[in-house]
Design a protein around this ligand. Structure first.
Ligand code: GLC
Length: 472
């Protein structure tokens, strides 16, 4: 189709003059290989900068997890995983057989009030759910022993040890008062105490660290752990001698430590990411403008909103949903990432599933041409997200000179949005110029529900260390 760089098949049959305005969207959202390469190269420099004393946009947080599990860890650990959407409580039993474990888990939705209330409300909510879980699975925890607990907290924390962590800032539109700048462990412990829960926090980890540990445990070729969900982030193992900000600590020469990059903050200073007017609007209207710029272009929390803003703009220009009641389309965050995923799975001629989604989520009844246009826009937004996601993974691999490895990825968008993984893999292929007939050297592998076992293994490593440190 003249004017377009790609022939958007879905638009076949529509008069070109009717859709030429979409060309602008293609220009905004399509990222060619050379742009991905440029972004990746800058990303590598920013990862390096985050390891220096001066720091940069990317925090590169030291996790104090200084090795991978051997696979022989044993014991029973409770884990709490506070993600962007859910709180997951797990009871993990690491067996004496190598790489074997059993887990019982329960998921609770984090209510919106809890995400924007006070710290005390948040910690009490978590303690309350843990109490419920203990009643269901541990006789209320009345067995007389104190259970070790590992807490997965999916936000950036500055850690002086694995048992502490000062919240640097809320991300993912959380806005809980009284927690930023504070060590979260004493706050959570106080909530446990208020309910007399017989638990002892032994480790505080990030979800990417948990995913890295869990997926490396099952597949030692995994070198990067990543989350693609409400937020987007990755962790990897670094040599301590390559971390200038740890130079004065006197660590042994060969020491290694897992770095939680917190690379959602990449390019907060707007050097390379090609921001569209919609990206700027999302940032402006977010709980923390100016932060997590990369994450806001990529992750599940924002891609639905991105589509909504585009559709609203096109409606206002008289191009979509003429004479329809768009009240619900005006509601902020009216669309979740799953809306895009369902739409892209509809291969019917009449796009019936997609129409149903529009009716259910937005109360709209678009005609077929409108549906096709929206489908095209969804493809643009989702492909850009996947290709930008590839840049972060590629940057870690480039920084570490890893030409070949596996990446363990967890998170609902990665695991449930069909087509996402293929697009991200194509992004990696474009960045590294792998020929079409060559296998993927850096493979993105789904690591579902790894958080519980990853956190339990982190705790087992700590407990092992404590055991060794005890005088005979
Ligand atoms: C956000 C958080 C980060 C987390 C990621 C995925 O980027 O800051 O800690 O790993 O979301 O949940």
């Amino acid at each position: 189709m003249a004017g377009f760089r790609y022939r958007p098949e879905i638009l076949d049959g529509m008069p070109e003059s009717d859709i030429m305005y979409l060309k602008e969207y293609e220009d905004w959202f399509v990222l060619e290989s050379d742009e991905l390469k440029k972004i990746t190269d800058h990303f590598v420099k920013e990862l390096e900068k985050g390891l220096t004393k001066e720091g940069g946009n990317i925090p590169m947080n030291v996790t104090w997890v200084m090795g991978f599990p051997s696979g022989h860890e044993t014991g029973r650990v409770l884990t709490l995983d506070m993600g962007g959407t859910n709180l997951r409580v797990c009871d993990v039993c690491l067996s004496t057989r190598k790489r074997d474990f059993e887990q019982t888990q329960r998921k609770f939705k984090l209510p919106d009030e809890v995400k924007t209330g006070t710290g005390e409300q948040l910690w009490d909510f978590i303690a309350g759910r843990l109490e419920t879980f203990l009643h269901e699975h541990h006789d209320g925890g009345q067995t007389g022993t104190t259970l070790p607990l590992s807490f997965t907290f999916s936000f950036p924390v500055d850690q002086k040890s694995i048992r502490s962590g000062v919240l640097q800032r809320w991300t993912k539109n959380f806005n809980v008062s009284g927690v930023e700048g504070q060590d979260i462990i004493p706050q959570l412990e106080a909530a446990f105490k208020r309910k007399n829960l017989p638990v002892r926090i032994v480790a505080l980890i990030n979800d990417t660290t948990g995913t890295l540990i869990a997926s490396h445990y099952l597949d030692p070729q995994v070198k990067v752990g990543s989350i693609f969900s409400t937020g987007c982030n990755a962790a990897y193992m670094e040599e301590c001698e390559l971390i200038p900000k740890l130079a004065d600590i006197g660590l042994p020469k060969n020491a290694k430590v897992i770095i939680n990059t917190e690379y959602g903050a990449f390019d907060n200073d707007h050097k390379v990411l090609p921001l569209t007017p919609f990206d700027r609007q999302i940032d402006r209207e977010s709980a923390r403008p100016g932060t997590q710029i990369y994450e806001k272009m990529v992750s599940g929390l924002y891609i639905g909103e991105m589509l909504r803003l585009i559709m609203l703009t096109l409606h206002e220009q008289g191009r979509l949903f003429k004479d329809q009641d768009i009240t619900r389309l005006r509601n902020e965050n009216a669309l979740e990432a799953s809306f895009l995923s369902v739409a892209e799975l509809d291969f019917s001629d009449g796009l019936d599933d997609m129409r149903e989604e529009f009716e259910e989520s937005l109360g709209l009844s678009p005609n077929l041409n409108e549906l096709k246009i929206c489908r095209y826009l969804i493809g643009l937004v989702a492909t850009r997200a996947a290709r930008l996601y590839a840049c972060g993974i590629a940057a870690i691999c480039k920084k570490k000179n890893m030409r070949k490895c596996h990446v363990g990825v967890d998170g609902s968008v990665f695991n449930k949005y069909s087509g996402f993984k293929g697009r991200a893999a194509q992004g990696l292929r474009d960045i590294f110029d792998w020929p079409p007939n060559e296998l993927e050297l850096i493979a993105l592998n789904s690591s579902e529900d790894g958080s519980g076992v990853g956190a339990a293994l982190a705790a087992a490593l700590v407990l092992e260390g404590e055991q060794k440190a005890k005088p005979l």
